[in-house]
Design a protein around this ligand. Structure first.
Ligand code: ADP
Ligand code: MG
Length: 266
């Protein structure tokens, strides 16, 4: 049986700097995995390389439901069933959410009555009906934007959903809602990867597996016990346990983090 996403030996360079070092990652259908790592560890780079953003030197393999995607262009990957939600959802005033969803359905060759049916069912499930007539993402709170993205993914039904910085900029109530929405999106024909540097979202959801990325490598994978370790001792605890030296050139948090994050221990 194929798995939703199988990454093997993925090495990525940008401007002569090695960012990912032979990464292996496997997400079976029906599962939700969490990729956790400090700022600058390479999480977004992984997403960009999987979705096909250019400017990276890539080696290795990424199979989506058994088929190689690394040699496809961005649109082909999306049609093949890979969908990423944006780290910072863009606001697109002027296009209504429902209109946008219908177009996205057309692009993917989903029949109109099928997509209309899905919009109805999923907008009900994710409490998005009142947003359908509003501009895409315009004037939505941080939590509403993330919920809107998860609703869009639920309608388009990708085989693999990548959610980068899924809880960035959200207050704790919104984090809880997003966690619940991700669990709601879980389905046997989908693999979901949520990416974050904060462990707090793990208080409200139970991924099947948690992977810790440090300096472009997945250094540990596990279950609830890893979530507990991260919550209690952060990445330093994982580094200490595995004997990984902290790099002095550690990347500072991006400016946006200072303005948008709820303090860790709230
Ligand atoms: P994360 O998402 O885990 O915070 P990123 O994938 O954004 O990490 O970045 C990983 C590392 O790669 C960082 O050190 C970052 O500065 C570097 N990096 C990312 N993109 C580029 C680029 N286009 N040019 C040079 N360095 C980059
Ligand atoms: Mg990132």
């Amino acid at each position: 049986m194929t798995v939703a996403l199988k990454v093997r030996g993925l090495s990525v360079k940008v401007a002569d700097k090695q960012i990912l070092h032979g990464l292996d990652l496997e997400i079976p259908f029906g599962e939700v995995h969490a990729l956790m790592g400090p700022n600058g560890s390479g999480k977004s780079t992984l997403c960009h390389v999987l979705t096909g953003k250019d400017g990276y030197e890539v080696e290795g393999s990424a199979l989506l439901d058994g088929s190689e995607i690394l040699d496809l262009d961005v649109d082909e990957r999306s049609r093949a069933g890979l969908l990423q939600s944006f780290q910072y959802p863009t606001e697109v005033p002027g296009i209504r959410l429902e209109e946008f969803m219908l177009e996205a359905g057309d692009e993917r060759g989903i029949a109109r009555d099928e997509i209309e049916e899905r919009i109805e069912v999923e907008s009900d499930r994710f409490d998005m009906a009142r947003f359908l007539d509003r501009s895409l993402n315009d004037e939505l709170s941080g939590g509403e934007k993330k919920r809107s993205e998860i609703f869009q993914m639920a309608v388009l039904r990708p085989k693999v959903a990548l959610l980068d910085e899924v809880d960035s900029g959200l207050d704790i109530d919104a984090v809880k809602q997003v966690a619940e929405a991700v669990e709601e999106m879980r389905s046997p024909d989908k693999g979901i990867l949520i990416i974050t540097h904060y462990s707090r979202i793990l208080r409200y959801m139970t991924p099947d597996r948690i992977h810790v990325m440090i300096d472009g490598r997945i250094v540990d994978s596990g279950g609830a016990e890893l979530a507990e370790e991260l919550e209690a001792g952060g990445y330093d605890s994982v580094r200490d346990r595995l004997g990984i030296e902290k790099k002095t050139e550690d990347v500072a948090a991006k400016p946006a983090d200072f303005f948008t994050e709820t303090p860790f221990d709230l």
